[in-house]
Design a protein around this ligand. Sequence first.
Ligand SMILES: [Zn+2]
Length: 151
Amino acid sequence: MLRQNAWNVIWKDSVGKKKLRIFEGDSPRTSGAIDFGKKLQDRGLRPDVVSRRHAFAPPRNKLKPPDTGLLWCPYCLKWREFRDFAIRVDGIIGPSNYRCPVCIITIKDAYVRKYNEFMVQKLEGTKVKLPSEKKIRQTAATATTGRRKRR
Ligand SMILES: [Zn+2]
């Protein structure tokens, strides 16, 4: 059986500092995350509720993105614009990758890939990759052949 889920309520305080509170429970409602989020909304803040442990497929009424270029975030349970950026973990900045700007999950996550096959491939295609050793040799070979043809 799956471990019980928990929910992050993430928001920015009045000075723009990112805040987080965790609510244990399978449902965002019974865990208290929704009620807490509403309280923040009443104070004029814009909280997000994010699943901590389980990924969710888009529900029937949200199968299609409301806009092109969006990916289904299985942890935010929302269509989001993934952006290419790096994050700092334990003081070290990791490699950049396309991430959900709210829950920071990357397009490497198995569930993000599962629900966004086409968009993940598209985004990966735009990423500048260091060529592999094999690719360098192939490119060199093609370049040589090209020169020979011209002679
Ligand atoms: Zn997310």
